[in-house]
Each structure stands twice: as C-alpha cells, then as structure tokens.
Design a protein around this ligand. Sequence first.
Ligand code: DAK
Length: 251
Amino acid sequence: MDSTNILVSINASKKIAILTLNRPKELNALSYDFLNEIFQALDLLDKNEGVNCIILTGSDRAFAAGADIKALAQQSPLGIWKMDMYGLWQNLKQIKKPLIAAVSGFALGGGCELAMICDMIIAAENAQFGQPEIKLGIMPGAGGTQRLPRLVGKLKAMELVLTGTFISATEAYRIGMVNKVVPNEMLIFEAEKTATLIASQSTTAVQMAKESILKSFDMGLNEGLAFERRNYMMCFDTEEQKEKMNAFLEK
Ligand code: DAK
C-alpha cells in the first residue's frame, strides 16, 4: 500500500519491508489520519507472508515530531475519547512481526513513543529523542511514561518527561534507549542488515520470541515463564525447527 504520506518498499528476496513516513514538511507530525494510515500499512505487511521483518523510518530531518499540535490544540477530553486514538496505539502494539525503528532527526512526543513501540531502535547520529509534551501543558499519552522507564529507568525517564529536554543519539544509546548509533548515511543499510538477519530465521520462532518478550512487560515471572513455555513448544510444530536441527546434526 502506497500513499503520498507513506511509502512501502518490499525486498522479496530478503523478506523485509521498509515503511517510510513521508510528510517531511510537517516533520511527520502524527495526525489521527496519518497514524491510521501507518497502522493500515503495517497491518498489511504483518499479513504479507513475503515479509518477515519491517523497518519503520522517516525523513533525514524527522522520524516524527509528535502528535499534530494543530489538531491537539482543539481537543477536549470527550473528543480524545471519541476519536479512539488509544485504540490505534493499541493496534500498533499487536503487530506480530518484528519492527525496527530507523530513526533520523527528531523523534519527539508521539514520535518517540512510536519508536519505543517498535522492537528495536537504530539511530542515526543526527537523531534527537524527547518527550516535550510537558512544555505544551500535557504529558505523554501513548506509552511514554510506561515504556520509557522500562528502557532507561525511573531517574532518566523522570528527567526526560518532566523537563521536556531532547537528548542526542549518543546519549540515547548511553542510557539504553536505542540499540545502536550509526552514521546518518548508513542508517537504512544498518537497519536492513539487522532486518535481513532476523528475516532469515524461522518466522514462527521469531514471532513467538517477540510475543514472549513483550509479555514479560505485562506479566509476573511465573505467568511469563508459563507463556514462554507454551511458545517454546509451538516452535516444535514447525518445519523450520526440523530442518535447522537436522542440518546442524548432519553438519
Ligand atoms: N505538530 C504539528 N506541526 C509540527 C509539529 C507537530 N508536532 N512539529 C513541527 N511541526 C511543523 C512546524 O509547525 C513547522 O510548520 P510550518 O511553520 O513550516 O508550517 C514545520 O513543522 C517545521 O517545524 P519548525 O519550523 O518548528 O522547525 P525547527 O527545526 O525550528 O524545530 C522542532 C523543529 C521539532 C524542534 C519543533 O518543530 C518542535 O518543537 N515541534 C514540536 C515537538 C513537540 O512538542 N512534540 C510533541 C507533540 S505532543 C495521544 C497519544 C500521543 C500523543 C497525543 C495523544 N492519544 C493516545 C490520545 C502525543 C502527543 C505529542 O506528541
């Protein structure tokens, strides 16, 4: 699915897809409609058997500068509830295939939250992360107060959310918010390298592992271990498990 706001390219031989947010003039500000388009495109890729791993990226200047402040400024509590933006964010969480955020430029507010909903984050040297909602008289509303402390701990999360200051890619790496930092011009190449490696593994095992890791944030240890056990056993119901283990045994 291609629209002017979203570009999708699929590399069939590597079984990876790149979804590019393409509203560069607005720094990829996330209006409801734009976020909905992003979800629709991701959902199609999630159902596409020719794709095993998805890269989500923006422009050089911005991954996404947050929710569209023009639209937000007019909102009321009831309006927010009726729009069901939360439902959309919830949908993003349901994507089964691994998502890699390849972040260049600004990843702010909802943009930072969108990167954090992905499974890995690769940052270009020019990337800047932040939760500046506090400067607008609001607070993060799409997981910033929940996912950020899980990544960087309470103290750094408090600092970012309560002061609204931006941090560089290097600082984000230092505090554990991104997987790696790469030169700007290498961003897509590096993201593709990681995506290709993931996409070459057993599709079922990858998706079961992703699901299990995500469950660790929602469940206590014993419940999480039981969930892991269930997914672990499911991997033994795949051709890939038999092929890969036989290949190892046959050298
Ligand atoms: N919304 C709308 N337009 C934006 C925008 C945004 N978030 N960010 C930038 N733009 C627009 C600017 O208005 C400008 O438009 P024109 O004037 O050219 O028409 C254009 O993009 C370029 O921006 P600047 O001229 O400001 O460029 P600079 O390089 O000087 O500054 C900047 C770049 C990214 C530092 C600055 O634009 C900035 O501070 N932007 C706002 C960042 C921000 O505060 N983001 C957080 C927004 S609040 C929800 C879930 C989540 C959320 C809400 C609800 N629910 C589940 C209900 C999320 C909320 C947020 O993200």
